[in-house]
Design a protein around this ligand. Structure first.
Ligand code: ATP
Length: 317
């Protein structure tokens, strides 16, 4: 559905070249739901804007829905939906009329546009708001209406740029549910960007991490976490001396061990499985453990591991 080869975009800012996207090789198969993750300025929006023909690549190629973005942008546009940051829907019309106008703009005749609008209103749960003025809708409702607008021409491929930014947690969960359903109902291929790691984790079956315009990881959330980081076992002991003995004993686990005063932290794949064995071994060595905690890695841990920075710090910066 998407294939980019060495896709690159530079900007010139005050005579300096900013390499927003650097030689990106990316493939997305039909039906996949892929999340692009990265801190502010990583190049996510620039990538999306090139894939949606809004911005010309500086070099490299991108084939989207079977057509080249630079040579056949019109063909690409017919086959994709793009919901950018901010609201696409206007203010003065009712939701249903916005949808119908959008359908007409995409070449549907009036009955077809009406029918499609009704279908989307139902599948995106917009019944209660379809006949209200767009200006009176809440952020979450507006966002769902935006998504309906992007889907009016039944594109096989949908791009969502930060769909849940600015929504409260309840509406975020709601929106995620709708995105999932959309995929089940229409088999739509979805590429989205997000700052919310938990959202990417919950929604996407594949995560592409971009940093400084480069692809630094591309895998399922589960594999990224287990291969890049592993679980974190934290042992608390009575004294620093006991902690040192515990650390020595834990070295057989082949994990990464660090000690801080009375705590020992061990990063190791499948930590949950290893804990009983570790505790038995410490017991045998007469090292009394006060507390033990096993944390599954988060995608933020993965990002920290890959870049030395927290994605949250990056996002907040
Ligand atoms: N039109 C532009 N002119 C100059 N520089 C730009 C332009 N658009 C983007 N950039 C620069 O390109 C880099 C990548 O920006 P981009 O918006 O793609 O990042 P992003 O990952 O989408 O960030 P965010 O999460 O903040 O949306 C940044 O350094 C940005 O300042």
């Amino acid at each position: 559905m998407i294939k980019t080869t060495a896709l690159t975009r530079n900007f010139t800012v005050k005579k300096k070249t900013v390499e927003a996207v650097k030689k990106l090789d990316l493939e997305v198969r039909a039906g996949e739901l892929v999340a692009l993750l990265g801190p502010n300025g990583a190049g996510k929006s620039t990538t999306l804007r090139m894939l949606t023909t809004l911005l010309a690549p500086t070099s490299g190629t991108a084939e989207v829905a079977g057509f080249d973005v630079a040579r056949e942008p019109r063909e690409v546009r017919k086959r994709i939906g793009y919901i950018g940051q901010g609201n696409g829907a206007g203010h003065s019309q009712r939701g249903r009329d916005e949808l119908i106008s959008q359908g007409r703009a995409y070449g549907l005749d009036r009955p077809a546009a009406r029918a499609r609008a009704a279908e989307l209103i139902e599948s995106l749960g917009l019944e209660a708001v379809a006949d209200r003025l767009v200006s009176s809708l809440s952020g979450g409702q507006r966002r769902r209406l935006d998504i309906a607008m992007g889907l009016i021409h039944t594109p096989p491929l949908l791009f969502l740029d930060e769909p849940s930014t600015g929504l409260d947690p309840q509406n975020r969960v709601n929106l995620q549910e709708h995105i999932r359903r959309l995929r089940e109902e229409y088999g739509t291929t979805i590429v989205l960007t997000t700052h919310y790691l938990d959202e990417a984790d919950a929604l996407a079956e594949r995560i592409v991490v971009i940093d400084h315009g480069e692809l630094i990881a591309d895998d399922t959330p589960a594999r990224l976490k287990s291969s890049q980081v592993g679980d974190r076992i934290t042992l608390t002991l009575g004294t620093a001396e006991e902690a040192a003995r515990a650390a020595a004993r834990a070295s057989v686990l082949d994990g990464r061990i660090s000690t801080d005063d009375r705590t020992v932290t061990i990063r190791v794949p499948e930590g949950t499985r290893l804990v009983p064995k570790l505790l038995r071994s410490l017991d045998e060595a007469d090292v009394p453990v006060t507390a033990v905690e096993v944390q599954r890695p988060t995608l933020d841990d993965v990002f920290l591991e890959l870049t030395g920075r927290s994605l949250r710090e990056g996002a907040a910066a």
